[in-house]
Design a protein around this ligand. Sequence first.
Ligand code: GDP
Length: 199
Amino acid sequence: LFAGPIAFLKSAPELKFLPDQDVPEVAFAGRSNVGKSSLLNALTGRNGLARTSNTPGRTQELNFFDVGEPLVLRLVDMPGYGFAKAPKDLLRKWRYLVNDFLRGRAVLKRVLVLVDSRHGLKDVDRELMDMLDKAAVSYRLVLTKADKIKASELADVHRRTTEEARKHPAAHPDVIMTSSEKGMGIPELRAAVLESVTA
Ligand code: GDP
């Protein structure tokens, strides 16, 4: 799936700039600094595909990447959320953009919700999960930066996150553990992406 060409298509700071719904999409979401860019780069095997922003929360836009020739899949890099010093209107903008996107996107097959292994689920993540449940968009939790904590702590956060996922109607019952740094969980993540577009 990721062996062929992958190209940045466009950025959409507002819904009117969204690409046509002509191909299945899989989106990536998470708190800012969760490791989303690193994971997208590891997933696609392209360094520098998704650029890490130095000013968290500044990029309130959806970024689209076309995968395959012919086109088989579109990856969507959703704006990060939950950064500490976010002004209220930025949060409001994020909420509108994301909610409208989730509700109007028939081609959106799945959202991968990234969660930092060190922190586990936060209330802002739960807010997104509720939005996804209400929009009936299927999603899956993915723990990031698994190399940063001890195996016992990882097992613990995995268990807690899985328990919580299973209470959400639109959430996949299993949680993937990843480390972009160590390449851990990347094959599973690729399989999850593939499964969401072929299912
Ligand atoms: P984003 O803001 O969600 O796109 O996060 P980035 O991908 O820019 O990552 C934020 C920071 O976490 C960077 O300093 C990365 O080097 C670091 N990071 C990302 N993934 C991993 C990982 O798997 N392991 C470790 N140790 N650090 C990571």
